[in-house]
Design a protein around this ligand. Sequence first.
Ligand code: NAG
Ligand code: NAG
Ligand code: NAG
Ligand code: NAG
Ligand code: NAG
Length: 388
Amino acid sequence: MRVLFLVLPCLLGHVAAIYNPVTEYAGDAFFDKFAYYGNVDNTTWGNVTFLNQADATVQQLTFVNGAGNAIIKVDNTTTLTAGAPGVAVNRNSVRLTSLDSYGMGSLIIIDALHIPFGCSVWPSFWTVGIETEWPLSGEIDIIEAINDMNNNQVALHTVQGCAQQVLTPPAQTGHTVGTDCSVPEGCLVTESQPNSYGPGFAAAGGGVYALQMEVSGICLRPNVPPNIQSATTSTPIDTSTWGLPTAAYPAGASCNVTQFFPPQNLVLLTTLCGVWAGVPSIYTSTCHTPTGDCFTDNVLGNGSNYADAYWEIRYIRTYLSSSAVPSGAPSPTAGSPTAGDTTTVITSTVVKTGLPTVAPPASSAGTRRVWAPVWLLALVGSLLFFML
Ligand SMILES: *[C@@H]1O[C@H](CO)[C@@H](O)[C@H](O)[C@H]1NC(C)=O
Ligand SMILES: *[C@@H]1O[C@H](CO)[C@@H](O)[C@H](O)[C@H]1NC(C)=O
Ligand SMILES: *[C@@H]1O[C@H](CO)[C@@H](O)[C@H](O)[C@H]1NC(C)=O
Ligand SMILES: *[C@@H]1O[C@H](CO)[C@@H](O)[C@H](O)[C@H]1NC(C)=O
Ligand SMILES: *[C@@H]1O[C@H](CO)[C@@H](O)[C@H](O)[C@H]1NC(C)=O
């Protein structure tokens, strides 16, 4: 039984709730609409190398399976042994960035059957504005968890000046951990449903996350409203019948979302250990392995422990509100890298939940996410941003 919850309407206000299809990422065309990072994880410092498209394809880390679903996985067949002191040993993985970007008025839906999980595993599906250095153009974390966590969490990241307004009665089902979106962990909301991530999500047959970005606010939510289950690639989506989101970030005096979230590109990746999952105190809080060291107990060895470190995605679909102003339309935007653009490098600093107590590696310059020259990829789906 796939995850399905019905609750009260997410929103708030007068925004037209009809969204028309824009792009679908699915099947054989899925990977054509994303750029592969093709570099080591030099932003969250996991012990992985994110392959380029040619290598990822040859090594079968990205492919379309027999059911027609996109698989994005961590290498689980190569045996890695410890190198000489100081020599990096990385396992291969994949990081994708959408070629297109999406502005206000967008609805992004991801239908996944499986999200990577397990000790050392750190998957994420998120958006980031690439027009300026992170976090000037914002970041929205739709799906993110680590190790043996059994629930998803979402967050916005911005520069100072944007906070989540918590409404009474609550406009969301999740738990707000902090409201200031400019602190290292962002304005974080945790999902309580055990089927929102990990074995619970997989056992439920997966589920849907949606992100709704409106000038009136941003909403993220899991679960599958009936009209999504029956939707085809050409079906407009009416969000007015959907229930409460996991996380609601109403626009207003506390945050002008239009200002803090220019068009966003979609990012999907899986890293291992690194500055969140690999922090000893965080790692050992849910993983109890022989040495207690994330790298030694997981990344080394024959990889058989990574049989669950894969995304299986039925589709990612993007929509545009029928009332969106033309300037909010998905681009390729003027500032977006395009195929053949080899000079655009966007640097972003990302600090994950739980990180503040731990200094990142000195060389990371504050935990930076850097976008190497890439084509941008398209999207993701576990959360709905409703902008009110
Ligand atoms: C694994 O990653 C950590 C964090 O970046 C790093 O300190 C360590 O040297 C890496 N280990 C190897 C063997 O590459
Ligand atoms: C919100 O930001 C946008 C873009 O910077 C700006 O055009 C608009 O006037 C701002 N709205 C308010 C209420 O300040
Ligand atoms: C891989 O390593 C694990 C743990 O060390 C072991 O249990 C398993 O038998 C190995 N698998 C293969 C195919 O060698
Ligand atoms: C590797 O992972 C896949 C799932 O992605 C699984 O089907 C396969 O059995 C795993 N292989 C090994 C050797 O564990
Ligand atoms: C990450 O790697 C890319 C590509 O080599 C490089 O352009 C970028 O400067 C690196 N970022 C950091 C923080 O080292």
